[in-house]
Design a protein around this ligand. Structure first.
Ligand SMILES: [Zn+2]
Length: 419
């Protein structure tokens, strides 16, 4: 796209964002005042050989159809109107040129609470993009049903010869992974000029390899898990959430009949679709749920969800993608087997081993079908692993964060210099 037009659109988008941020303030303030507590209990594993069939004879339909057909716009803005028509992604850069005072790098990301909300993340992304405009470029890849932007960052040299995609919080309750990836982003931004990995300066590493970072793939779901029904803006979506709960209870697929607790354990998006069951490879074979649910419902067709489409748009906008890493919780495992042919079989095992060597996480067996990594490997020919962080069931308690950070701080630099 022509540079003048691009810059013009960026300025227009920045103005829209500022207006929208002002409009969201009251709701965000409300989010911050609501607290939730997690407990730990047995989590269903994602391994295919351990999945259980949960066919039931009667599964009443819930009322998502009207929602999926005609999503209404919330007041949360319309960045889509400022999208480019030329690029395959529906994105435009969302940074301002105004210089900002740099903050203490250690304090940029709030790690004193597990409730690292979408609102906090959005504030941090906008700060980082403004504070480090040469290496942190912020974009929206679309909006969720509940009107949240699906933010991603291009970190490093945007013209780098190859790219690595990193994402987190695909599953709602696994939101500590968003905090982890945001901490990684803040760390690499703030130490870009001075840092090194094994003697190689960050400036050199991230000049050659840039990172496409999507820290919260499923922000509506995260808001449900962190804040409950109040986490959603749209009243019809809240009512739909209750209908999904009732359906899960009636079908015997709710892990608890306590509604508040049920929402804390939520994994899907706001429509009850599991984003990590919404990709084509193996989609036909997934039969864990037949209606919207808190987890494991694959959707009415592959790529049906906004969050899925956004991931696809981001990955497909990369000119020379090297690999895709998807952070989940929990299990302290790296999933790398997706039935892929050689050389991706050996390549992926090697990638998992590199991550394991750094983090101490175990190499796992086959992962579930129809997930993001399946699509990256099988359909896009990329290296891709699913990294399951944490040793207790999600949402992870706060005391898990220090270890996650210790293990994963240098992952980006390791990947970029190993390949
Ligand atoms: Zn997960």
């Amino acid at each position: 796209m022509d540079n003048v037009l691009r810059r013009g659109l960026a300025v227009l988008l920045a103005a829209v964002l500022m207006l929208s941020a002002a409009g969201c303030g009251a709701r965000q303030a409300k989010e911050e005042t609501i607290g939730r507590v997690e407990t730990t209990e047995e989590e269903p594993t994602t391994r295919r050989d351990r999945t259980t069939k949960e066919e039931t004879t009667e599964e009443p339909e819930t009322s998502t159809e009207a929602l999926t057909e005609a999503p209404t716009e919330t007041e949360a803005t319309a960045t889509e109107e400022v999208t480019t028509t030329e690029e395959e992604t529906t994105t435009e850069e969302a940074t301002t040129a105004a210089p900002v005072a740099l903050r203490d790098p250690e304090a940029i990301i709030d790690t004193t609470t597990t409730l690292y909300t979408y609102a906090k993340m959005q504030d941090d992304l906008q700060y980082l993009a403004a504070a480090y405009p040469d290496i942190c470029h912020l974009y929206s890849a679309g909006k969720t049903e509940d009107g949240r932007d699906l933010w991603y960052v291009i970190f490093g040299n945007p013209e780098a010869e190859r790219q690595i995609y990193i994402c987190a919080a695909t599953h709602a309750r696994e939101y500590m992974t968003a905090q982890l990836v945001m901490r990684q982003l803040a760390f690499y931004c703030s130490s870009y000029e001075t840092g090194n990995y094994n003697g190689i300066p960050f400036t050199e590493i991230f000049d050659k390899t840039c990172f496409y970072v999507e820290p919260m793939v499923n922000p509506d779901g995260v808001s449900i898990s962190q804040l409950g029904e109040e986490g959603l803006y749209r009243q019809d979506l809240r009512e739909n959430l209750r209908a999904i709960f009732q359906s899960d209870v009636n079908n015997g697929t709710a892990e608890t009949t306590d509604y508040a607790r049920y929402l804390v354990r939520w994994k899907a998006n706001a429509l009850g679709v599991d984003i990590n069951r919404n990709y084509p490879p193996g989609w036909e074979t997934v039969h864990e749920r037949s209606v919207p649910a808190s987890t494991h419902f694959k959707g009415t067709q592959p790529f049906s969800e906004r969050e899925t489409k956004a991931q696809v748009a981001i990955v497909e906008s990369m000119s020379n993608p090297l690999m895709a890493i998807s952070y989940h919780s929990y299990g302290d495992l790296v999933y790398w087997q997706y039935g892929q042919p050689e050389p991706l079989w050996s390549g992926n095992e090697q990638l998992a081993q590199h991550i394991s060597n750094m983090t101490g996480q175990y190499l796992a067996g086959y992962s579930n079908e129809a997930g993001f990594s399946n699509w990256c490997i099988i359909d896009k020919g990329l290296l891709s692993v699913t990294v399951e962080t944490g040793t207790v069931s999600a949402p992870l308690p706060l005391d898990q964060f220090a270890e996650l950070w210790r293990e994963h701080q240098f992952i980006w630099a390791m990947l970029a210099t190993t390949y």
